[in-house]
Ligand binder design. Structure first.
Ligand code: NAD
Length: 500
């Protein structure tokens, strides 16, 4: 069954028919927005942003509370629409999409006035001046999102960009257009100005038109291959971009880890959202002395997972072939499947596999499915070396009862962030910066800097005392040169430098 089928649309546009991963029933189809449609949306957004950018942050934030109310009022309808589109168990949708969206809206809504307030800056040298930094909106932000967390990965950047005074044109994945429609509907129903948040539906062609359509920033979440194209386009257009890309997150299990927690964490981190999770655990390195116990516990827990309750079909059917190929190739090369290891209708059985190595795609490429490959290692050094032997660097985790040692080891891992005895939670820790290194991305979101990244930090420097002349202005004279030489000695060649 194909969830997405190309068809003909209106006025010569291409179109897609979409069907539900749940039962194959037809969902609303859509025309692919062409370059003119995108240009029109950007034009309307720019118009709407003019007034919005001048609206006090407090008023913008007040509307965010209405957005939260609107989402809560409509949560059943939103959940039903997301479930039809993704086929996920209710708990995945609640946790990843609804709960996380509520938190983002409320967290940033409540703090935006403080985070975006003009900031006075004391001068270390130019004490005759006063200075402040003002956070000016950028204008129109393009948000381009993937299919694996279609609501949160569209809504989160949109909320931040809008709070910062921008308009947003959102291009959701063609696989999950309904989530994109929901975002625009929620903002409209909450009373945000018309055209401030618009959704354009389409595929890569629509996304490329948006990136090249004169927007002021691009926030992209998706694959490394598309991220590179977007990074190149933004470089050409000289606009900032944030790229949240794929991952192959390693988990290191030390000898002294709590085996129950480590096994539970491995299964949750590897199987959540049926493994379609950028920061899901995709590689496990366990120290030999505890390997048998850990593996047995993981296998037992994976064997208990139930279709429909704990995992579902693939959100995008094509993903199943990737997972199947990686596991089959690994088995052909000598790996051993302990549980699962095969397709089951529209899904892939939750799988634990050992005997794997880094020459296999299963260990070097993103899998994005419910598969936990486990490698037994003889030392922490070996675990760290293998964890770092990857093009990716999104997140990582270390499991041990000695959390200081865990932190020391965690610092050695080339990743955007590390968790100790924890998995998956860091995207929800809004206080912390989130983003990958290496091929996993460029730039970071979340935290105070994440919100400010939707602004231009605009410094204003003002002369304080209104002197008619500055000592260094023209004409240059010998006297001025001499006093500059003296100042050099007094300030930098004396203990005074400590005050600078
Ligand atoms: P994808 O790159 O195929 O598509 C993502 C979006 O980009 C879609 O909306 C698509 O239509 C659009 N697009 C495609 N080509 C484009 C182009 N040339 N110009 C502009 N837009 C274009 O990714 P996907 O398969 O939808 O998503 C899965 C990937 O996303 C995985 O690799 C996953 O790890 C990653 N991801 C990363 C994070 C993170 O925070 N780091 C979060 C979730 C998903």
């Amino acid at each position: 069954m194909a969830y997405l089928r190309a068809t003909e649309g209106t006025d010569g546009r291409r179109a897609y028919a979409v069907c539900s991963p749940v039962d194959g029933s037809a969902l609303p189809s859509f025309d692919v927005a062409n370059a003119q449609d995108v240009a029109d949306a950007i034009g309307r957004a720019r118009e709407a942003q003019r007034q919005w950018g001048a609206t006090p942050v407090k008023e913008r934030a007040a509307l965010m509370q209405r957005l939260l109310d609107t989402l809560l009022e409509r949560k059943d309808e939103v959940m039903a629409r997301l479930t039809a589109e993704t086929g996920r168990p209710a708990m995945d949708t609640l946790l990843i999409e609804i709960f996380a969206s509520c938190d983002v809206i409320n967290y940033y809504g409540r703090r935006a006035s403080r985070i975006l307030a003009d900031r006075k800056v004391g001068m270390h040298l130019l004490r005759m001046k006063k200075a402040k930094v003002v956070y000016k909106p950028l204008g129109v932000v393009a948000v381009i999102s993937p299919w694996n967390g279609p609501l949160i990965l569209s809504l989160n950047p949109t909320v931040m960009a809008v709070l910062a005074g921008n308009a947003v044109v959102l291009k959701p994945s063609e696989v999950t257009p309904e989530a994109g429609r929901i975002v625009a509907e929620l903002f409209a129903a909450a009373g945000f100005p018309k055209d401030l948040v618009q959704t354009v539906l389409g595929d890569g062609e629509t996304g490329a038109a948006l990136v090249n359509g004169g927007v002021d920033k691009v926030t992209f979440t998706g694959s490394v291959a598309t991220g590179r194209k977007i990074g190149e386009a933004c470089g050409r257009n000289l606009i900032p971009c944030t790229l949240e890309l794929g991952g192959k997150d390693p988990m290191i299990v030390l000898e002294d880890a709590d085996m129950v927690r480590a096994a539970g964490g491995a299964v949750f981190g590897g199987m959540m959202n049926t493994g379609q999770f950028c920061m899901g655990i995709e590689r496990v390195y366990v120290l030999r002395p505890v390997a048998d116990e850990f593996i047995a516990k993981v296998v037992a827990r994976v064997s208990e997972l139930e279709y429909g309750r704990d995992y579902g079909p693939f959100i995008f059917d094509k993903q199943c072939a990737t997972v199947e190929r990686q596991v089959d190739d690994a088995v052909r090369a000598g790996a051993t499947v302990l549980v699962g290891g095969k397709r089951d209708g529209d899904t892939y059985l939750p799988t634990v596999i050992t005997g794997v190595n880094h020459s296999m795609d299963l260990m070097s490429q993103e899998t994005f499915g419910p598969v936990l490959p486990i490698v037994v290692v003889d030392s922490v050094d070996e675990a760290v070396r293998l964890a770092n032997d990857s093009q990716y660097g999104l997140c990582a985790s270390v499991w041990t009862q000695d959390t200081e040692r865990g932190e020391r080891i965690g610092r050695l891992i080339q990743a955007g962030s590390v968790m100790i005895n924890e998995t998956s939670m860091i995207y929800g820790a809004l206080e912390l910066p989130f983003g990958g290194v290496k091929a996993s991305g460029l730039g970071q979101t979340h935290g105070e800097d994440g919100l400010r990244a939707y602004c231009h930090a605009f410094p204003i420097l003002t002369d304080r005392f209104g002197l008619r002349e500055e000592s260094v202005w023209y004409p240059y004279t010998e006297e001025k040169t001499n006093s500059m030489m003296k100042a050099l000695k007094v300030i930098w060649g004396s203990p005074l430098r400590r005050l600078m």
